[in-house]
Design a protein around this ligand. Structure first.
Ligand code: SF4
Ligand code: SF4
Length: 243
């Protein structure tokens, strides 16, 4: 099946975001948030993660599917390894995230609280990779994306490591519990031909056809990329904005 226009736009968006990563890197940094908190400062990545949490109350994890700078490089790696990632890998990121959040809170408490906001903390020029020493950090992170993709499978870092995903998973669960009008998926199980195209094309290795069969399309790992929608020959899946 020819690639749908929507997926071409999505691919262009995540590729562009990856190309801008040398500029945006610090605004997604899991390290600078702690370093700044230890001095009582709210860094740029603190603001980014807060914005991602708020966005997820209405858009779920659409950021992961359409904007994340790590998405383009990981989906490019599908050409080398398109193995599905097992669901139990999803737990690993929580084991990293909980102590990390605890570390940020502890750093802020020991500093006597957060007293200042500096979105350009350690990013004075606004560009993250501004001097040769920053290349080491940049290429280390890019290498982590690539090595995990090659070794484990599709979007492995999203499943096993991502420190941003939990903010949006929590936000998604809150929006679902409160039944907020928000972006989601809707299935028409009676239309499904059980061809498996949605399973094959899901970049998050979800069992989409089983979700359709059960008419349960809510899943914390769904990044609302629309790939299942655009590859379904029976139009059995759609975006929805209803609670
Ligand atoms: S279930 Fe569909 S929208 Fe969600 S991640 Fe998989 S392909 Fe993308
Ligand atoms: S791609 Fe569509 S028709 Fe095929 S299994 Fe998935 S939902 Fe059913």
């Amino acid at each position: 099946m020819a690639m749908a226009r929507r997926q071409k736009i999505r691919n262009a968006a995540i590729l562009l975001s990856f190309l801008l990563f040398p500029i945006t890197l610090n605004y997604f940094s899991p390290y600078l948030i702690i370093d700044a908190a230890a001095q009582g400062i709210v860094a740029g990545s603190f603001l980014t993660f807060s914005a991602l949490f708020l966005s997820s109350l209405f858009l779920g994890r659409a950021f992961c599917g359409w904007v994340c700078p790590g998405a383009g490089i990981q989906e490019a790696c599908f050409a080398i390894n398109d193995k599905k990632v097992r669901r139990r890998s999803d737990r690993i990121k929580w084991m990293l995230w909980v102590p990390w959040i605890g570390g940020i809170a502890l750093a802020a408490v020991l500093a006597g609280g957060l007293r200042a906001v500096n979105p350009l903390y350690m990013t004075e020029t606004g560009t993250s990779v501004a001097e040769p020493a920053n290349y080491f950090v940049y290429f280390s992170i890019v290498a982590l994306f690539v090595i995990l993709s090659f070794a484990v499978g599709k979007r492995a870092l999203c499943h096993c490591v991502c420190w941003m995903a939990p903010f949006m998973i929590i936000g998604t669960k809150i929006k679902n519990a409160l039944r907020l009008p928000s972006l989601g998926l809707k299935a028409a199980p009676e239309k499904c031909k059980k061809c498996g195209a949605c399973d094959k094309n899901c970049p998050m290795s979800l069992d989409v056809s089983k979700m359709v069969e059960a008419n349960r399309m809510k899943n914390g790992e769904c990044i609302l990329c629309g790939s299942c929608i655009d590859n379904c020959p029976a139009n059995a899946i759609k975006y929805s904005w209803k609670p």
